[in-house]
Ligand binder design. Structure first.
Ligand SMILES: CC(C)(COP(=O)(O)OP(=O)(O)OC[C@H]1O[C@@H](n2cnc3c(N)ncnc32)[C@H](O)[C@@H]1OP(=O)(O)O)[C@@H](O)C(=O)NCCC(=O)NCCS
Length: 124
């Protein structure tokens, strides 16, 4: 998470410790109940290359984090893992997956639009 966000519009000087804290908060329910069955990590060369973390918040699945390590960006890993999570959710009867994205984060925005996400709030 730390290296994935560094240098992006969403990076405001956070430390590796605060990144670890965000992951812990995700796993322990601060952003809704963590759903490991719909979450993915990709390991390449013995290190984390990409993660797609899903929770359920207010009854609706939420894509809390999508992140790819710098060396593995733009190789289709985020697209593949989010698409897989969407497929898993659909097969389990879910018809919605929410997320929040900074409109200035064009890599993420392009990714989500490509996957079929539609905006429902101008400020989100
Ligand atoms: C956004 C992020 C998760 C994309 O991960 P990735 O594994 O590199 O994405 P993919 O290779 O699957 O790319 C899929 C599509 O996303 C879009 N995209 C990804 N990176 C992009 C970039 N740098 N510029 C423009 N579009 C980009 C493209 O549409 C791309 O499809 P294409 O390669 O066929 O053109 C990654 O850049 C990241 O970790 N960013 C920091 C964390 C973050 O901002 N997460 C989202 C918070 S809501």
């Amino acid at each position: 998470m730390f290296s994935a966000y560094q240098g992006t519009v969403d990076y405001t000087g956070e430390s590796v410790e605060s990144a670890a804290e965000e992951v812990t908060k995700t796993f322990t329910g601060s952003y809704g109940r963590y759903m490991p069955q719909y979450s993915y990590v990709v390991v390449r060369e013995s290190a984390l290359a990409c993660a797609t973390l899903v929770t359920r918040r207010e009854g609706v699945p939420l894509l809390v984090f999508a992140m790819t390590a710098p060396a593995w960006k733009r190789k289709g890993l985020a697209k593949a893992t989010i698409r897989q999570a969407m497929q898993d959710l659909f097969e389990a009867g879910e018809t919605q997956l929410d997320l929040v994205v900074n409109a200035k984060n064009s890599p993420a925005l392009n990714l989500y639009l490509q996957l079929g996400f539609v905006p429902d709030r101008g400020d989100a």
